[in-house]
Ligand binder design. Structure first.
Ligand code: GLY
Length: 391
């Protein structure tokens, strides 16, 4: 059995999801909530652009995810305000700016027309723009832009500030942020009972939340079949700085299809411009490559030629945690005592508020809230009808 302190909740992983779950769990009255991570606040969200864009990022066949994303988007303003207060005044960079998605050639335009038609079928709030209307909204767009759509409710947050605020809010709520790596899940009598850490300590817990992104399924001690593989999907991004004299360079998020390739530009009020992102399935590699940066800048330059004037301040790469169906794993697993909050793929920042609320509800009551049910981690268990149907 583990030695040392006993937690109501032990969260493994101090990224945006793990921290938000811990903060909400502490708010729900769970005592002795511990988050273990070698570097709290250093998860994949630190690389993310922070677009809150369930409508413009909609993928065919992912309607349940759309509804979860929209639910989270609706919570964001309140979540950000509450977090600012709970963290002692730290701003999260939440900004209600809207998003346009634009097309560069006629095939790109056809792709966005399809997306627009899909929005209409689902009753989503988006409107079609001609090229001229798009340029009226964003005059820095290239003259060749062929039209696109406007989603007034797709906004943005600054993920780095979000992480900083979550760390502070956790500390102020009494969450213990233990700087160590979980090296083994401890299981006793068919139940998760805690974790052994690389600093020699063990933490015993009533409930263990696994929020370790693409490392979640690799935790030694995790019985086989309890969690599907959460694959790492690399994303490279570029950060530019918009000098005061050039502002507002862009007024809202700009997504684009550029000769079949997808791209986004996220302009922040503080002058940062994030351009992303590559999507690469090549394991746990986070090297920034010349090719990745070249592709981003080439496509961004076709879309917004003026970017070449801006200082380049950072290139970075992170790993999105992708589940087998690209939807998150939320709630109890087949191993009693073990709860999953992982697999958020491209939507970790967007889904943070709803994930934290749903998980804290479950941790406090033992009942899986209705909106979390389509995302049960057990949908991949060998006995699950979903798993059998796709076998
Ligand atoms: N949600 C944006 C990305 O994953 O690149």
């Amino acid at each position: 059995m583990p030695s040392g302190s006993r937690a109501d909740v032990l969260v493994i992983g101090g990224g945006v999801i793990g921290l938000a779950v811990a903060w909400r769990a502490a708010q729900r009255g769970l005592r002795n909530v511990i988050v273990v991570d070698p570097g709290h606040g250093r998860g994949a969200a630190g690389v993310a652009a922070g677009m809150l864009a369930p409508v413009t990022e909609l993928q065919y066949g992912e309607e349940p995810l759309l509804h979860l994303g929209m639910a989270s988007n609706r919570r964001y303003e309140g979540f950000a305000a509450e977090l600012t207060e709970a963290s002692g005044g730290l701003d999260t960079g939440y900004r209600r700016c809207g998003t346009i998605a634009v097309a560069l050639d006629s095939d790109d335009r056809a792709e966005l027309r399809e997306l627009y038609a899909f929005h209409q079928r689902l009753g989503l709030d988006s409107s079609w723009l001609t090229g001229r209307e798009a340029r009226r909204l964003e005059p820095m767009l290239a003259p060749g832009v062929r039209g696109g759509l406007h989603a007034a409710d797709d906004h943005q947050v600054d993920p780095r500030r979000l992480l900083t605020a979550l760390v502070a809010a956790c500390e102020r709520a009494g969450v213990r942020l233990h700087r160590a790596e979980a090296v083994e899940l401890l299981v006793d009598g068919g139940r998760a009972v805690g974790a052994r850490l690389d600093d020699g300590e063990s933490v015993a817990a009533e409930q263990v939340v696994l929020a370790a992104g693409p490392h979640s399924h690799r935790l030694p001690g995790l019985p086989e079949g309890v969690l599907p593989a959460v694959r790492p999907v690399k994303g490279q991004i570029v950060r530019l700085r918009i000098p005061e004299a050039y502002r507002p360079f862009l007024s809202r998020n700009v997504r684009a299809v550029v000769r079949g390739r997808h791209l986004y530009l996220v302009p922040r009020e503080n002058g940062e411009l994030v351009i992303g992102a590559t999507t690469e399935e090549q394991g746990y590699d986070t090297t920034v490559t010349a090719g990745g940066v070249y592709e981003l800048l080439r496509d961004a330059h076709e879309l917004v030629p003026g970017i070449t004037e801006l200082p380049l301040v950072e290139t970075s790469a992170g790993l999105r945690p992708g589940s087998p169906d690209n939807a998150p794993l939320l709630g109890p697993t087949d191993l009693p005592g073990l709860v999953a909050a992982t697999g958020h793929y491209r939507n970790g920042v967007l889904l943070t508020p709803v994930t934290a609320d749903l998980l804290a509800d479950y941790l406090a009551t033992g009942e899986v809230p209705q909106p979390a049910r389509p995302f049960a981690p057990t949908r991949f268990s060998p006995a699950s009808p979903v798993a059998k149907a796709s076998a």
